[in-house]
Design a protein around this ligand. Structure first.
Ligand SMILES: [Zn+2]
Length: 285
């Protein structure tokens, strides 16, 4: 499972890098359709041919010298270590992020497999986990949670609730819990956002955050929402304070909230039952 996780991590690297670029190209094309070509572009007789750019095409290449990355150089982590973290052709340094995301994906995938064992829900939990990794990294890079990931995740969570619950896993939740979880997940963050904006005139979150919590509510049920929000607010505050303390970060720079929501959601997926029990005990229920 660790090896599968490493391979998926390698694919997630591609998604994290390319999906935002694909979205930007889409927006540009749509804008041109509505307002016409950019007046500052040189005049042209024929519409520009756009080279295909998606998750498969073009093949991965060194950003500096353009040398294609061969299959042998594309083995997760191993290739990075053997090549000394540099392009085999020109010696250009390759970001440590790539192997780190591969290792991280491998580790969380192994944890999911260990927790859910040989059940069909293990596959579902892996899909959720991988989506959360990709969303977090894209949010950190671009302050953006693509609809292309959050919305399918939401539909999938709702649909999975139609399947019978795996007894010793406790998931998927019932359809009622899933539907209420999706709606309440969206509305709860949306109301916090409106209240915060009304009080301070600032925007603390984006609509992507609401959709992500709606998706998590669909997967884990409304009962998990409070735990998810508490974990993400707590870790978000802790990391935010640490960043201001150590790096003197300007507190007005927006900190993406998506990664904390994703972390909260994943922790609730893995240890939700124990955490909810702990919480209910502490309030005396
Ligand atoms: Zn190179």
């Amino acid at each position: 499972m660790l090896v599968l996780g490493l391979l998926v991590g390698s694919f997630l690297n591609v998604v994290i890098h390319r999906l935002p670029i694909m979205m930007e190209r889409d927006w540009q094309a749509q804008a041109e359709e509505i307002v016409g070509p950019n007046p500052y572009d040189p005049p042209r007789d024929q519409p520009v041919e756009r080279k295909p750019y998606n998750l498969v095409v073009p093949r991965s290449a060194c950003p500096k010298c353009g040398a294609m990355i061969t299959a042998l150089q594309n083995i997760p982590v191993v290739s990075y270590v053997f090549l000394g973290g540099a392009c085999a052709n020109c010696g250009n340094k390759i970001s440590i992020r790539y192997p780190l995301i591969e290792l991280f994906t491998g580790a969380v995938s192994a944890a999911v497999a260990w927790k859910f064992g040989v059940t069909w829900y293990c596959g579902a939990a892996l899909v959720l986990t991988w989506a959360l990794v990709a969303l977090s990294a894209i949010d950190i890079d671009h302050q953006l949670l693509p609809d292309d990931i959050t919305l399918p995740l939401l539909w999938l969570g709702l649909l999975l609730s139609l399947a019978p619950t795996v007894s010793h896993v406790g998931l998927p939740v019932t359809s009622g819990s899933s539907i209420v979880g999706a709606a309440l997940g969206y509305l709860s963050l949306w109301s916090i956002y409106k209240l915060f904006k009304w009080l301070t005139g600032k925007e603390g979150m984006g609509y992507g955050d609401f959709k992500l919590l709606a998706a998590l509510g669909a997967w884990l049920g409304w009962q998990s929402l409070l735990i998810i929000i508490l974990i993400s607010a707590f870790t978000g505050a802790a990391v935010g304070i640490a960043m201001i303390a150590f790096r003197g970060r300007d507190r007005n720079i927006p900190i993406p909230f998506g990664p904390y929501l994703a972390a909260g959601g994943w922790i609730a997926l893995m240890w939700g039952e124990q955490l909810t029990g702990l919480y209910l005990d502490s309030v005396g229920l």
